[in-house]
Design a protein. Structure first.
Length: 294
């Protein structure tokens, strides 16, 4: 099989996440909102989980899982400093090369980290193999539409200054692709949905500073290594839409939910095996195709 394309510079990402461990408190409300929305999904099940793996939680997810009664929570992050912030047991590890044996966890939670993986289907498949039968997988990642205005403004400004543009905002998956990614990785009962977190900045420069504080600056492998033109960012930021509430920015949060296959999970019935007509169940009169009422 061919190697997946190298979209991201993972070594650069690790260094940025290390530095962000000391600055991400500046964007704590956004990080906490994303984590809370993800962990709320645990309220939709009556299952009690004994062994959880959390990835990319930035010290927010692991304590919340322990407070919810999970017996063992193992934290992993590409950054050693981010992993240590979650409390022991924790390890620095790569989502693309998981160090866990099959069936190690009955719950896996990945918060705002999988959008930096080069081979997302492969990473999801590894996570599924690390799960016990009938285990729950939850993940959030930015979806297409996130920072769209910034992407367009940077592209237009650089094209005007240099006659071409290099990518400066990461590619994000579409919401409609989420369930297909889970299914491809072998998860059962896959669900994907999106929710917008609306932000506004009185000064658009603060948006760039927040991205830097969170370690979310561009780590694209194809980024332009040259020093950007001095006029690039002022031109791009001045082109962003504004209003009385400031410059809007959207985090479109894609939430993925899936279960590792298990013997007791519900399955669709075999076609033609029904013993009750749908019309009887609905209490209506059955008619042939094209037949009009009356």
């Amino acid at each position: 099989m061919s190697e997946p394309p190298r979209l991201f510079d993972r070594a650069l990402l690790r260094r940025r996440r290390d530095r962000a461990a000391a600055t991400q408190h500046r964007v704590a409300p956004v990080l906490e909102a994303a984590a809370d929305r993800l962990l709320d999904r645990l309220d939709d099940t009556t299952r009690r989980f004994a062994r959880a793996l959390e990835i990319g939680g930035r010290g927010l997810v692991a304590p919340a899982l322990r407070a919810r009664g999970v017996d063992l929570v193992v934290s992993m992050d590409l950054s050693p400093r981010q992993a240590a912030a979650a409390g022991a047991p924790a390890l620095a590890g790569d989502e693309e090369w998981l160090p866990f044996a099959p069936g190690s966890f009955d719950l896996v939670v990945a918060n705002l980290c999988l959008h930096w993986v080069n081979d997302l289907p492969g990473a999801l498949a590894q996570l599924r193999r690390a799960m016990a039968p009938d285990g729950l997988f939850l993940a959030t990642l930015p979806a297409l539409g996130t920072l769209q205005s910034l992407r367009e403004a940077l592209t237009a400004a650089e094209s005007g200054l240099r006659g071409g543009a290099s990518p400066r905002v990461s590619p994000f998956p579409e919401t409609r692709d989420g369930a297909a990614l889970l299914q491809r990785a072998g998860f059962a009962l896959p669900v994907a949905d999106a929710e917008d977190i609306a932000l506004a900045y009185r000064d658009p420069l603060l948006l760039l500073r927040d991205l830097q504080a969170a370690g979310e600056g561009s780590a694209l492998a194809a980024r332009d290594g040259r020093v950007p033109p001095r006029a690039l960012f002022p031109a791009a930021l001045s082109a962003l839409p504004g209003g009385p509430d400031g410059t809007p920015a959207t985090l479109r949060l894609l939430t993925l939910t899936g279960w590792s296959p298990g013997p007791d999970q519900p399955r669709p019935a075999r076609p033609g095996s029904a013993t009750t007509r749908l019309a009887d169940a609905l209490g209506v009169e059955e008619r042939g195709a094209g037949e009009r009422a009356g």
